[in-house]
Design a protein around this ligand. Structure first.
Ligand code: MSP
Length: 650
């Protein structure tokens, strides 16, 4: 399988837009797929970039009194920075304003012109300025509105250049029917075939410079620039050496997957393959259209302000948890609902509770009883055989999930292995083995747990590269060593020389979350708690050992001062005293307590929680509260008692 080409692309994003969770999703998906394919030994390559021509950019530049290219240079960094923060390792980033791209667009236009596939004609029709598209009367929406964005269209009469797309309609229908993998998922192929039931018109590929000058000039008429979609689609070939580097082009083309959102299906499954056919270039192997991320149940839109910002989420949960959530939550092809609650519960239940707990149990006991160097496993008994079976099933399932673009199913199967790992630990009760000094059996149990985690760290590596590298370090595996998929399928590779280091950080610490109402949260679920702790474990779930519980330091704290946080209805900022130490804690309790009610009271806090930033304020600790429905009361120590602040609770 080595050297198999895997060339994946994302749409090139409008440089004007502020990147949001939808853009982040496609690009993370591409990155995750490329990382899996690399682990499988394939020649994987990821292209992304920005779409920089067109009326919207020209107008935004005018509004800012800068040139269009200055405007693009200033805004493109938003994407580049975000991809950096999201740990996306693209191989190339193409901007449609780069000379290497413009050269190819001009050459393609010239070639089509020379072949007689472009002609000039009068155009009279309706035009949507925001979408930069013409529509025939029959294609307009109700009341003559744009069928795509629903906005008013303007009548336009002008002379333009047209690409003879209609010539290729029969070829395209045949291609789609004979290549079921070309448009995925299959129901999207039916959508395109449905569209192709009507006669296909020719494509207007020019805009007169009198109306729009920010574009690539037509090589055969300097009064016109190229239609932005015709220009943009060509990025997929201009970036990989088409007409400039034959060897590179041969290495990557045809693309394995163009990943797109469902709204740009027609441009990618009608215009693009026909453009390629007319240019005598092979079509891509697959165009995969994913669904939309909705904000709760509603469409995300800038005007309603319900667009989730990836940066805010990374700041709270960390980049890997955001990547994990997006990959685990969306069934590829379908729409998915994005809510802060959804992300929080994935984080706390699946990552912190299920996975974090297994790591904690194996490593704590390994350190305590073997100084981190757990001896090799003895003979496998029924529970070991069972756990191995579930882990190997997860390997198979992940492999086929990658091949069939069902990543969420693969991730589910890995989480199944994690839960099986926890069940195994409960069944074999290593703490009892330690108590009875059954060290051989204890070693077997801990080695088996470590082996399960080693496999998990490989299978989830593309989704959470940094956390899985941390996990390998916690297990005593060299995090710098290359990770290959095949080694996940071989049970028993946890090395005899691995030593779990002391003092590793907790992989998924509990997260303090601000609770001000925000865009990604449905208003009906307005919970007024600052910190989400996992619900009590499900019956077959996690039972904490006393050692584990003792790692949480609960202490009494005296409230010295309290005040509302400006601009956040639900937040109070407290200064508390823990013995000799004083700290700031930000808590979502303002709807339940007035600041003055708290000053002088002694409350209970989790004292060894990683500090978090809430509304830009550092919060160093978590208050304990009881909650029922909308009521919330803090746990407090009786007034007038002789327990000083900083005393241990537990
Ligand atoms: N510039 C064109 C693409 C040209 S590709 C040759 C474009 N850009 S875009 O910035 O508007 O959109 C880029 C992608 O983001 C599209 O695939 C679109 O589907 C996707 N998304 C925008 N909002 C989205 C969600 N809410 N959810 C998921 N993806 C969404 O179109």
């Amino acid at each position: 399988m080595s050297n198999q080409n895997f060339y994946v692309t994302t749409p090139i994003y409008y440089v004007n837009d502020k990147p949001h969770i939808g853009h982040a999703y496609t690009t993370i998906l591409a990155d995750v797929l490329v990382r899996y394919h690399r682990m499988l030994g394939h020649d994987a390559y990821l292209l992304t970039g920005t779409d920089e021509h067109g009326q919207k950019v020209q107008r935004a530049a005018e509004a800012n009194a800068v040139s269009p290219i200055e405007h693009c240079d200033a805004t493109v960094v938003r994407y580049k920075e975000l991809w950096g923060r999201l740990d996306i390792r693209y191989d190339d980033f193409i901007r449609t304003t780069e000379e290497r791209h413009k050269r190819v667009v001009r050459a393609c236009l010239q070639r089509l012109w020379d072949k007689g596939l472009i002609y000039r004609s009068e155009y009279k029709g309706m035009y949507c300025v925001p979408c930069e598209r013409y529509f025939m009367d029959k294609d307009l929406g109700v009341g003559g509105l744009c069928p795509d964005c629903g906005r008013k269209t303007d009548e336009l009469l002008e002379s333009n250049y047209f690409f003879k797309m209609s010539l290729y309609q029969d070829w395209l229908v045949e291609h789609i029917k004979t290549h079921p993998e070309f448009i995925q998922p299959a129901f999207r192929a039916n959508e395109t075939l449905g569209f192709l039931k009507k006669p296909l018109g020719d494509l207007c590929i020019s805009r007169p410079k009198s109306r729009l000058s920010w574009g690539i000039e037509l090589p055969f008429d300097s009064e016109y620039v190229c239609y932005v979609w015709f220009d943009a689609l060509l990025n997929y070939v201009s970036a990989v050496g088409y007409l400039s580097d034959d060897a590179l082009f041969k290495r990557h083309w045809p693309a394995s997957f163009h990943l797109i959102g469902k709204d740009i299906l027609t441009t990618h499954t009608v215009y693009w393959p026909i453009m390629l056919k007319a240019l005598d270039i092979e079509p891509p192997l697959s165009v995969f259209a994913h669904g939309w991320w909705l904000s709760g149940e509603a469409k995300m839109s800038k005007s309603t302000g319900n667009v989730a910002s990836p940066i805010d989420l990374i700041d709270i949960y960390g980049v890997d948890a955001v990547r994990y959530f997006l990959m685990a939550e969306m069934t590829l092809g379908q729409d998915a609902s994005f809510t802060r609650d959804g992300l929080s519960s994935h984080y706390h239940f699946k990552l912190a509770n299920d996975l974090g707990n297994l790591v904690n149990r194996v490593v704590c006991l390994g350190l305590k009883h073997f100084d981190g160097a757990v001896p090799p496993a003895g003979a496998a008994t029924e529970p070991e055989v069972e756990l191995k079976g579930v882990c190997m099933e997860a390997v198979k399932s992940m492999r086929s999930a990658v091949e069939s673009m069902r990543l969420n199913q693969g991730i589910d199967s890995v989480l199944c292995a994690v839960r099986a790992g926890n069940k195994y630990i409960e069944q074999t009760a290593p703490w009892k083995l330690a108590k009875s000094q059954n060290m051989d059996r204890l070693a077997t149990v801990l080695r088996t747990g470590a082996e399960c985690l080693r496999v998990v760290s490989i299978l989830l590596n593309p989704v959470m590269p940094s956390k899985m590298s941390d996990l390998r370090a916690i297990l005593g595996i060299d995090p710098a060593a290359p990770v290959d998929f095949a080694s996940a399928g071989i049970w028993g590779l946890y090395s005899d020389s691995a030593v779990m280091p002391k003092g590793s950080k907790i992989l998924f610490p509990l997260v303090a979350e601000p609770v001000e109402p925000e865009a990604t949260k449905p208003p009906s679920k307005d919970k007024a708690v600052v910190v989400k702790t996992p619900e009590p474990a499900a019956p077959e779930g996690v039972i904490l050992s006393i050692e584990e519980f003792q790692r949480v330091k609960l202490k009494t704290a005296k409230v010295l001062a309290a005040e509302k946080v400006a601009g956040a209805d639900k937040l109070l900022r407290l200064d508390v005293e823990l013995g000799a130490e004083s700290r700031q804690i930000v808590a979502g309790i303002a709807l339940h307590y007035k600041p003055e009610e708290l000053v002088g009271r002694t409350i209970i806090v989790v004292a060894n929680l990683k500090p978090a930033k809430i509304r830009g304020l550092e919060s160093n600790g978590m208050l304990l509260a009881a909650k029922s429905g909308s009521a919330l009361r803090l746990l407090m120590v009786d007034s007038g008692c002789d327990i000083p602040s900083g005393s241990s609770v537990g």
